[in-house]
Design a protein around this ligand. Structure first.
Ligand code: ADP
Ligand code: MG
Length: 490
């Protein structure tokens, strides 16, 4: 029998937080997103400038979890705010969800989804469209639209939160090649309003609201392009969407992707002229920003902001250290800190005394590093381990291609066999220490570097375990920074 009701209480509520401060979701295009965004001033400015520079697609490339989506969202929101405060004459309206493509995406269904979301956001922002003296005909049309039978019907059937069809509650909606997804909307069944009709109407509104080319638009993000798993697949899908979506007046497009997929797009003659180059490279946030970044979240979510020291069951220094050994991946960091906090609460140790926080954290970290390593160390060869160490060295910083074999060999004290190299990569992948990101089987010669491998968070922690156990001697140049960090935190 359950003797207490504690398990109903959210782990963070029991620590004194209104909600988890360590969510791994992207920052949104709203005030809270703006408050939580730390360490990206220059990049926000750069992305905002590109969004305002109409006619070309803004492209962001960077590792998964580094902060691309957050950066675009907050930059778009700042542009929106700048318009509201009269600092720019361009009205940019962020969407509250980004789009995601799948491998066999249905072009019609994808376009339908885009126009539905755009219609939604224009409705949601209608007060701004009225208040900020947009061209007359535009206002009249929006007015007519709001009072049209379609909208009346939707208002009646869908309540205040008008939707033009069903979509999931996810922050990113993929249509999964389901051709009927867009067509089963209430519009079709309820009022006989054909999909093409909605698209036409939305295009008309956009032309009215943004009647002068270049005076603004709705910011639409196609996110996680690396999920297409192949540079060629991404290119083909986007090429198919090009004429339907990328030159619609009043839409500002953004592409985000990891592992070089965006660079592969730039190699497409059919897309190159549409992209704003050079591509924005989003790097890791410097570790010096981690403390203020976490503090901003604590301030946002603590019920009593004066209680930081007491409520957070680990030290900010430990969080910063974890970031460094996680190969500076922000999403992994937040994920690990979140599971650490939940773990403490679940074993009834959420209320750690300040003096014991570090010791407790170290104990947990040992479990994630040296103990995990002991459990798997004998499962692959010494040479495969050497490959992991070199992948984490300053030469590669966690990302490399199969073609980098030569460089691996010259960075190693032990001779690595070229024929075994792919096998070691597979071994490391099997243990979840490496992920392979792009495997373009098409054989198209586009200069795109295929078979990109990235060390996972688990791989980074295991490498750290090897480092502190002094098992990384095969490295020609030892990972000095990690050693320094380790001695400082030991
Ligand atoms: N500059 C930042 N300040 C605070 N938190 C951030 C920042 N950038 C990203 N994050 C957080 O890091 C995680 C990963 O960010 P996200 O934008 O989803 O990365 P990506 O799109 O590159 O995969 C999310 O939890 C997000 O809230
Ligand atoms: Mg993202």
């Amino acid at each position: 029998m359950i003797s207490s009701n504690d398990w109903f209480v959210d782990a963070y509520a029991s620590l004194g937080f209104r909600a988890s401060p360590f969510s791994v979701l992207a920052l949104r295009a709203d005030e809270m997103g703006q408050r939580l965004m730390v360490g990206r001033d220059a990049q926000i400015k750069e992305v905002a400038q590109r969004l305002l520079n109409h006619g070309k697609i803004t492209c962001l490339d960077g590792h998964i979890g580094v902060g691309k989506t957050s950066l675009v969202n907050v930059a778009a929101y700042e542009c929106f705010q700048a318009f509201l405060h009269g600092r720019t004459t361009q009205l940019l309206i962020p969407l509250d969800e980004s789009f995601q493509l799948t491998k066999d995406e249905n072009v019609e269904a994808f376009c339908a989804n885009v126009f539905r979301k755009v219609a939604n956001v224009l409705l949601a922002r209608r007060e701004h469209l009225v208040a900020y003296s947009l061209p007359g005909p535009g206002l009249q049309l929006v007015d007519a639209w709001l009072n049209s039978p379609v909208i009346q019907h939707l208002n009646a059937s869908a309540g205040v939160g008008i939707t033009f069809g069903a979509h999931s509650g996810d922050s990113t909606t993929g249509l999964g090649g389901n051709a009927s997804a867009g067509r089963s909307s209430q519009i079709n069944t309820g009022s006989g309003f054909a999909q093409e009709g909605l698209e036409h109407l939305v295009r008309d509104w956009l032309n009215q609201i943004f009647s002068v080319q270049g005076n603004g638009g709705v910011v639409c993000v196609i996110d996680n392009l690396e999920l297409l798993e192949s540079g060629a697949a991404a290119r083909r899908t986007l090429e198919a969407l090009r004429d339907r979506l990328f030159n619609v007046n009043g839409l500002r497009w953004v592409f985000c992707g990891a592992n070089g997929v965006i660079h592969s797009l730039a190699a497409s003659p059919r897309l190159a002229s549409f992209l704003n180059t050079p591509i924005v490279e989003v790097g890791n946030i410097r570790s010096g920003f981690i403390k203020p970044l976490i503090e901003a979240r604590l301030k946002e979510f603590l019920m009593d902001p004066a209680e930081v020291e007491k409520c957070l069951p680990l030290r900010l220094e430990d969080i910063e250290f974890l970031y460094q050994i996680l190969n500076s991946n922000l999403r992994d960091l937040l994920g690990y800190v979140d599971s650490y906090c939940r773990h403490l609460v679940s074993i009834g140790k959420g209320d750690v005394h300040q003096d014991h926080k570090h010791a407790r954290f170290k104990k947990w970290l040992d479990g994630e590093t040296t103990e995990s390593y002991s459990a798997i160390s004998s499962r692959i060869s010494k040479d495969a381990w050497a490959v992991l160490d070199i992948a984490m060295s300053d030469t590669f910083k966690g990302t490399f291609g199969v073609g980098d074999y030569g460089s691996f060999n010259s960075n190693s004290k032990i001779a690595l066999s070229q024929t075994s190299f792919p096998k070691w990569l597979r071994d490391l992948e099997r243990l979840g220490l490496l992920t392979q990101s792009i495997d373009d089987g098409s054989g198209e010669d586009d200069g795109f570097k295929r078979d990109v491998f990235t060390v996972t968070a688990k791989g980074a922690l295991i490498h750290y375990a090897r480092l502190i156990k002094n098992e990384t001697q095969s490295l020609l140049a030892p990972v000095e920074w990690l050693k320094r960090v380790h001695t400082r935190n030991a």
